[in-house]
Ligand binder design. Structure first.
Ligand code: IPE
Ligand code: IPE
Ligand code: MG
Length: 252
């Protein structure tokens, strides 16, 4: 254990979530089109999945396209959708052989049928994998996710299937896209921006946040390790006066 690490808590968080930001600026700095930044961003994503697995992270959530990203020019939106499609088509076999379970969070109703089928296929094929879980947040917005959950619960209440008084945090969490996925201990955002941009608002209630100036295409193994080291220096409290045991922290 190196200096600054706290005893009693593993340095490697079980669930790391990343806001992969800065592809456009990476390209702009090099006089390249934004699309090139996204292409390089996909390479960084592949590396991040490998590095997470090597470093012992069990769940990696990657924010790949937000509900607000539809506001970008149509050409950029279709390029990003194409990139995701190609990623799933090309990498699914390799992810599956490596024991990676794939989960996609985000709204599905407004996705094109072929994309929706692809997403469902990726989840079905990798359902029983246990080495690690890759959660891709696509067409994801936390507010949209919470609204969809609230709508379901309201429909159940109106139909008499659930008593409104029985709705507690656990019941609501079970209607979120992240059902059965423990909350992230660590959320990383690249590119120097220090905002959450509608990512995991519910799930990150007590997450540690690490903001790094590194642009996403440059987020390599060293940058990942730096973020984990920063996490290792944090004291988590969950509103109490001292850091609870891991078991208690995991439940929070
Ligand atoms: C992140 O990079 C990728 C997505 C949000 C889809 P950006 O495209 O946001 O890059 P910047 O923030 O403009 O540099
Ligand atoms: C957040 O990045 C969304 C993703 C990384 C997919 P943005 O670049 O869209 O966020 P803002 O607009 O800078 O807040
Ligand atoms: Mg951005």
């Amino acid at each position: 254990m190196s200096a600054g690490q706290r005893p009693g808590r593993p340095v490697i968080p079980g669930h790391v979530a990343i806001i992969m930001d800065g592809n456009g600026r990476w390209a702009q700095m090099r006089g390249l089109p934004r699309q090139e930044g996204h292409r390089r961003g996909l390479e960084a994503l592949r590396c991040a999945v490998r590095n997470a697995g090597d470093l012992g992270v069990r769940i990696l959530t990657l924010y790949s396209f937000s509900t607000e990203n539809w506001r970008r020019p149509a050409t950029e939106v279709s390029f990003l959708l194409g990139l995701l499609k190609r990623f799933v088509e090309k990498d699914l076999g390799e992810l599956h052989s490596a024991g990676v379970r794939v989960r996609i969070i985000g709204g599905r109703d407004d996705l094109a049928p072929d994309l929706r089928r692809l997403v469902e296929h990726a989840e079905a094929v990798t359902r029983d994998n246990t080495h690690m879980t890759l959660v891709v947040a696509f067409n994801y917005g936390s507010r949209d996710e919470i609204v969809r959950a609230a709508r379901q619960l309201a429909a159940d209440a109106a139909a008499g299937r659930i008593d409104p008084a029985a709705i507690d945090e656990g019941v609501l969490a079970a209607r979120l896209d992240t059902v059965d996925i423990p909350d992230p201990e660590l959320v990383i955002r690249t590119s120097g921006e220090t905002r959450v941009s509608n990512f995991l608002l519910w799930q990150a209630a007590y997450s540690e946040f690490v903001f790094t100036p590194v642009l996403w295409p440059d987020f390599d193994r060293a940058a990942f390790e730096d973020a984990l080291a920063e996490y290792g220096r944090r004291e988590r409290r969950f509103g109490g006066l001292s850091e609870p045991s891991d078991r208690a922290a995991g439940a929070a």
